[in-house]
Design a protein around this ligand. Structure first.
Ligand SMILES: NC(=O)c1ccc[n+]([C@@H]2O[C@H](COP(=O)([O-])OP(=O)(O)OC[C@H]3O[C@@H](n4cnc5c(N)ncnc54)[C@H](O)[C@@H]3O)[C@@H](O)[C@H]2O)c1
Length: 397
């Protein structure tokens, strides 16, 4: 014992954005014992309605109002993508710890600014790549690092959803000035790319991508629509679509491994299927988010195994991320609590740990660089190296 007690109950958080994922943040924060001081919505009225529904005591009138609250130690940014930079910049300038939703920003130029600001401020900075925190993923990372699969050779998989299949499906993600110029890749492909980098410990160094838009015109309702909403407005305007519905991407990893990722938001029946397989030189492993408690482990010379998530059968990292005994199903919402436990352990210490298990702003920026390479490759029709540059150096005039 070093005399240090983990005391997140004294910490206060505020959540910006009260839509689909803002709600998940509030619930997970409460579950780990952090006090949710208040929420900030797109308008005081919408914020108030969300706060009421969630039982949060306070609604902030503005970001200034939120940052004036001395009880807020950490700010969670769950607003649409185009607001991440402006929100995160102000939060970092105020010296608060920050958890920002993915993608970290709209462009790599924006995300590199945030990496620099976060480094200069010394605060805990995290990007909400929650998939890392399925307990089986924490476990897989450990067994891959221990060499249980041999050398990683081939990393394949997909991220498929169907909620943008129809031309009447609408969301702010379809507007490039709100969602970014990559849509399916930025929105869900980013999760897969971050995840396989985490699982294998190998960064992606080059990509060859083909992007396609099949639903070229969509009907935009005149009012706002929340994510995964089932309401359909009769009062719509036709919009031409510029961003991709699907992507096929070949990958090269820094250790020489190869990979292939398919991404789609128009795959009927696939609600939220993030799937990967890692083929090593001795064994393999595979997983699908629609059956998140099952890890498939493939062998050449003996029967394959299915590991049902179980704290008693996983290594220390898997155990730490698991909340419930085996057979008591954990899923998407639980990953947020596990991720926040790791982040708030650092907040409690007052600074980031040297190699955090959660994605930092540097990781979020790295994913933006991979995204840039994907866009460039699709545009030019050839392999593109991921352009990682050393930190910017001031050159005297
Ligand atoms: N990690 C994940 O699994 C995951 C899942 C879904 C979304 N996300 C990310 O979370 C973010 C939000 O996505 P969503 O699906 O919750 O969208 P959403 O449309 O359901 O919610 C967005 C919320 O932001 C609010 N908002 C808009 N402008 C605002 C402003 N100026 N100030 C404060 N709040 C404002 C809206 O009122 C709405 O409540 C996106 O960046 C998205 O990529 C991550």
């Amino acid at each position: 014992m070093n005399g240090h007690t983990n005391n997140v109950a004294r910490l206060g958080a505020a959540v910006i954005g009260t839509g689909f994922i803002g709600t998940v943040h509030v619930e997970a924060l409460r579950r780990i014992g952090v006090q949710v001081r208040g929420v900030l919505g797109s308008s005081p009225d919408r914020g108030l309605r969300a706060a009421d529904a969630l039982g949060v005591a306070h609604t902030y009138a503005s970001l200034d109002d939120l940052l004036a609250d001395p009880g807020v130690d950490v700010v969670h940014v769950t607003s649409p993508n185009h607001l991440h930079l402006a929100h995160a910049r102000r939060i970092l300038e105020s010296g608060r710890h920050i958890v920002c939703e993915k993608p970290l920003a709209m462009t790599a130029t924006e995300s590199s600014e945030l990496v620099e600001l976060a480094a200069a401020s010394g605060v805990v900075n995290a990007v909400n790549f929650n998939n890392r925190f399925y307990p089986l993923h924490q476990h897989v990372r450990e067994i891959v690092a221990a060499g249980d699969l041999g050398d990683v050779r081939f990393v394949t998989g997909h991220y498929f959803q169907d909620w943008l299949l129809l031309e009447t499906d609408w969301n702010w993600r379809l507007e490039p000035d709100k969602g970014g110029s990559l849509r399916a890749v930025g929105d869900i492909g980013s999760h897969w790319l971050d995840l396989v980098t985490f699982l294998t410990g190998q960064r992606i160094v080059a990509v060859m991508a083909d992007l396609a838009t099949f639903v070229t015109t969509r009907q935009q309702p005149r009012g706002p629509v929340e994510t995964f909403s089932r309401e359909r407005s009769a009062d719509t305007v036709s919009r031409e679509m510029a961003t991709e519905d699907v992507a096929s991407i070949l990958l090269r990893f820094e250790n020489g491994a190869r990979g292939a990722l398919s991404v789609s938001q128009i795959s009927a029946g696939r609600k939220n299927s993030l799937a990967w397989e890692i083929d090593g030189s001795t064994d393999a492993a595979a997983w699908d988010s629609e059956t998140p408690e099952h890890l498939w482990i493939g062998h050449r010379d003996r029967p394959n195994e299915i590991l049902l998530r179980n704290p008693a059968l996983m290594g220390p990292a898997g155990r730490a991320a698991a909340a419930l005994p085996g057979g008591h199903v954990e899923g998407f919402g639980d990953t947020f609590a596990a991720l926040f436990r790791a982040i708030y352990a650092d907040v409690d210490r007052g600074r980031p740990s040297p190699r955090p298990p959660y994605a930092t702003f540097a990781d979020g920026h790295d994913e933006m660089l991979v995204g840039d390479a994907i866009a460039e490759s699709a545009r030019l029709g050839r392999w593109i190296d991921v352009a990682r540059v050393p930190a910017r150096v001031e050159v005297p005039a």
